[in-house]
Design a protein around this ligand. Sequence first.
Ligand SMILES: *[C@@H]1O[C@H](CO)[C@@H](O)[C@H](O)[C@H]1NC(C)=O
Ligand SMILES: *[C@@H]1O[C@H](CO)[C@@H](O)[C@H](O)[C@H]1NC(C)=O
Ligand SMILES: *[C@@H]1O[C@H](CO)[C@@H](O)[C@H](O)[C@H]1NC(C)=O
Ligand SMILES: *[C@@H]1O[C@H](CO)[C@@H](O)[C@H](O)[C@H]1NC(C)=O
Ligand SMILES: *[C@@H]1O[C@H](CO)[C@@H](O)[C@H](O)[C@H]1NC(C)=O
Length: 530
Amino acid sequence: MKLSLFHTSPALLFIILFQTLNPQPTSAYLSTSGRWIVNESGQRVKLACANWPSHLAPVLAEGLSKSPLDAISKLIGSMGFNCVRLTWPLYLVTNSSYAKLTVRQSFQGLGLNVSLDGLTRNNGWILDKMLIEAYQAVVANLGSNNIMVILDNHITQPGWCCDNNDGNGFFWDRFFNPHEWLAGLSRMARLFNGVTNVVGMSLRNELRGPKQNVPVWYEYMPRGAEVVHQANPNVLVILSGLSFDNDLSFLSNHEVKLSFSSKLVHEVHWYAFSNTDTWSNQNANDACGSITSNIMRKAGFILSKGTPLFMSEWGIDQRGGKRNDNRYSSCALAALAAMDLDWALWALQGSYYLREGILDEEEVYGAMNLDWSGPRNATFLHRLASIKSPFQGPGLNNPLNKVLYHPKTGLCIVQDSSTNSLLHLGPCDSPRGWKYNGQNIQLVNSDLFIKESGAGQPVTLTSFADNDSFKWNLISNSKLHISSQTNLCLDIGSDGNTLITNPCNCISRDKNCDPEGQWFKMVPSNRPVQ
Ligand SMILES: *[C@@H]1O[C@H](CO)[C@@H](O)[C@H](O)[C@H]1NC(C)=O
Ligand SMILES: *[C@@H]1O[C@H](CO)[C@@H](O)[C@H](O)[C@H]1NC(C)=O
Ligand SMILES: *[C@@H]1O[C@H](CO)[C@@H](O)[C@H](O)[C@H]1NC(C)=O
Ligand SMILES: *[C@@H]1O[C@H](CO)[C@@H](O)[C@H](O)[C@H]1NC(C)=O
Ligand SMILES: *[C@@H]1O[C@H](CO)[C@@H](O)[C@H](O)[C@H]1NC(C)=O
């Protein structure tokens, strides 16, 4: 049976999703090998995480009033994540008024009666645990479900983050005493020493604000890394850049010097709103081109220095109605796939107990739905399936090819098994491999090439002839359109599945049209090919 994902029911789609997303085995301790994160046998482990906040006012992982902890952990795994970036506020381990609080007292103190009722129903056992014990219980349960954890110091005071002027943004801000921070990191690292699913620590989220500066970054971030390593030599130490973790450019000519090796990772954040309205005010190809090169300049270059880069926050409004987010998401997925980055989606949570004064606020960026019973948008999660496992890296020994990746669907081009000469969308775990010489696109291990056959027509796989219908260029500022000599671009047919050509659209100027359907990325890959 040839499955077109677009003609299947949501229930079937969800089953397909579960089958495609078989989690990679987690491993005890990770380290780095060049730009890759590897396990103890030196094989690449790709972090495919979801952010799970535990840093807001109640200081408890969100959602436990809606669903049993174990059910949430299992859903995280079945949604295809192998890891959670679990946030914590510094006060959890440095401020005695939090150290002495039980979960029940914390919720009572905030008047969160409805959440308390829900906690009693779904996770009653947690109510009389101290906040730190509850945090440990969440980590342990994730571990028993084979989910890795990155401990992320998100903020000092419990509460919603992050603002330039919230006093939590940079060393020596009102609530950011570096010595308290170092002590807290050390405590947290020691507490989780020996907990094998804790594979890394994000030392401080989104450094920012009027006091941020490079010399002070170098004064404290390496010290943070050292105290963590001393207390727990197993974990990766993950260092954020400046300007809400959008800018690591200062690292290009001044590397971080540490007393230990093979544990340093950098993190970067990328949202549509990082570039305000650029995505909808400009032509989408121009926006994607300029913003991607900006990301490369400010963070992507880290890879070429031989250090892993973890895109530890990115995400969109999953209701699908935001043009900024939709354009950004296809462009960002193309970059995430091409760089083969480790990543963490913002976010897991379908809702918050209390955010900025609002009870039970919904998180429309959340993978979970409002009542934490399942995914908010299975289609969006399916788009992530292809970037969940490695394209490249130690352990993948197949020949290096290119796969044709379609970020709008998250699928790759595969060959039609009945006709052989037609191509369509299919899973990226057994795609077709291609070679591209700047002009012709050849199916590897064959003498077949992609040929254009006119507007609205399927492209075919045909023996090579030295004529224009075999010549393809990467065009537009995004370089995500693959165009023939007659300005026809690769596209997906109205069946939602077949690879065809159509007139290239939205190439420049026009800011009101959406080209994502014609965006394809040639992603370097050592995956086995079809
Ligand atoms: C390392 O990862 C590879 C690939 O996922 C896996 O086969 C292997 O068992 C892992 N080794 C350890 C020590 O976890
Ligand atoms: C501890 O937390 C409380 C409540 O947020 C705060 O008022 C107090 O100033 C904090 N104490 C220290 C020493 O930071
Ligand atoms: C919450 O419960 C407490 C104790 O049962 C009660 O005193 C308080 O009035 C309740 N608050 C709200 C907002 O319902
Ligand atoms: C789900 O996400 C997809 C792709 O990101 C989007 O096109 C769609 O509108 C969303 N659907 C719902 C019901 O939110
Ligand atoms: C190019 O070559 C193909 C395959 O031999 C042939 O079908 C097609 O008509 C040729 N196109 C042109 C424009 O010559």
